[in-house]
Design a protein around this ligand. Structure first.
Ligand code: ZN
Length: 73
């Protein structure tokens, strides 16, 4: 039996043997397929997805230092 061609999963970037009969194609697994779908929907509808990857930091503790004020003409 010929070896299956390896393709790259768009979600996790993992190379896996492509199976045209797999319902998760072109993803390596159904999980990766759902991840991609969720990502898609979240952009479409604009609903916040529960991801703790990027914590929102609305308070930027940066001092408003503007060096332009010390410009000498
Ligand atoms: Zn994957």
């Amino acid at each position: 039996m010929a070896s299956l061609p390896e393709i790259q999963c768009p979600t996790c970037r993992k190379f896996f043997a492509a199976d045209i009969h797999a319902p998760s194609m072109p993803f390596c697994s159904m999980r990766c397929k759902m991840v991609d779908l969720n990502h898609w929907f979240s952009e479409e509808v604009g609903l916040p997805v529960c991801t703790s990857d990027e914590p929102e930091d609305q308070e930027e503790p940066q001092a408003p230092a503007s060096p332009r004020e010390y410009r000498f003409d």
